[in-house]
Write a new protein. Sequence first.
Length: 135
Amino acid sequence: MVTRQVNEKKSLVIPNQSDVFEAFGDQLFRIKNIIDSDAIGVLDEITKDLAKIRTSSALTNVLHSFKTSLKRGTRKGGKIKVQPTSIARRRTGVTMGCKRIASGRPSKNKVSARKKQLRCLKQAVRNNVSSAKPH
């Protein structure tokens, strides 16, 4: 590893080129051992696409896009967050997260909506449940 001083506070660590190539070769060898027949066709297409790369900037772009595609499946948090009031205003049967809200004529599939609780205090006491508020 080579350390280059960028400014007083930060130092940029540049890995040794031979170490990087050795680690990359080890990963290729590991992939070669686990590859199956379905992935051979995809690997052949990737090899043909890699043969088209002529410049270092094109190689850098390919490596960055490959890196982001690897990280895409490991995104933490799952869904995009939405505000609670927007969830409350949605029709019954509409999902809670970032999925698309269907518009137009509803589908023929019956969506089981949750029944509203009755406002009868007498029944709530009899069933030992909290009373629905009539506001």
